[in-house]
Design a protein around this ligand. Sequence first.
Ligand code: ZN
Length: 366
Amino acid sequence: MAVAQQDHAHAVVGNDELLMRLDRDIRSGRLSHAYILDGRKGSGRHTLARYICAAIACENCPGQSPSLRDEDQMGFFDLLDDVSSPREIPADAPLPCWECLACEKVLEEKCPDIQVIGRDGKASIGVEAIRFLRSDVLIPPNDLDTKVYIIEDAETMTVQAQNALLLTLEEPPPYVLFLLLCDGADHLLETIRSRAPVLRTRPIPDGDIREYLRARRCTLSEEDMEAVILRADGCIGQALTLADARSVKPILKMRETCDEFMEVMAARRYDTLPAVLARFGNKRDGVVELLALVTLATRDLILLRHGDGVRLKYYTDRVGAEELSCRFTTKSLLGLYAALGRAADALESNGNIRLTLMGIAVELGS
Ligand SMILES: [Zn+2]
């Protein structure tokens, strides 16, 4: 069954199973008072959270009492009528509708009953933020029947903060819904996880991302779009960011440098290696990203040498990649892969960028 709201521009892409489960929970009025949305950045956690908020806020939601919906516009008999026969909506009616005032407020982030708690630029979410939440939770909602707290980067909550949250999770007011967005639910205390179902967002298939970008009238050429889709690696949020004209240029530039690096390695022109590595620049984030790209390219070539059914993560032109892989030996590719891994480790533990890149040149050139 496809969830009826999927055709809309704000609809969730991918994560169909989660969506169906949530849709069922919402329509039957059996939403848990807390959910953990676990997945990588860009895998749809925020979109799912927005979907849940809109679905419970939507004026078409069976859970919303008429007095809280549009009291001002309803006549006295309308209200009486509604009380005597609770509104039921067919299973295929769109929920959320994305068109009513309540849905609009959610989209514009203007709903007073939805609060977002985040790191606020800090490394972690401290106990003060949760203490605030614990007192705020006692105030009933304004517009909706439910008060929603979205905790972003929930895995960064300190143990003290988690323990404070636990007190509320154990005995929440009936109108409260917590959405804990995290990347790695394992970082949360077992006691928290046992009180909230963990919903894991899955990488979105390339085909769905392609369709989504096309539907949004993405102006990239086919080839550039493929590069973006590969780079996004199943994250629709990432794909959207990358598809932006300002972001796509640096990606294409990085791919160019990566291709050049792989060509130097294939042609064994090790004397030009330092010059190509110098083009990686000296900004840590940029170098880390380029190394990650080269690692993906190397991975593709290794897998292509050992089987043809693999899904490529870097190369958009499969035939070209196959030809390139034939110019390497498996041993040299594995050596390259290992050297890149060591370089990435060194950079992660704050190693000197120039020394790390020189280390790669010496190791591969020798
Ligand atoms: Zn609506």
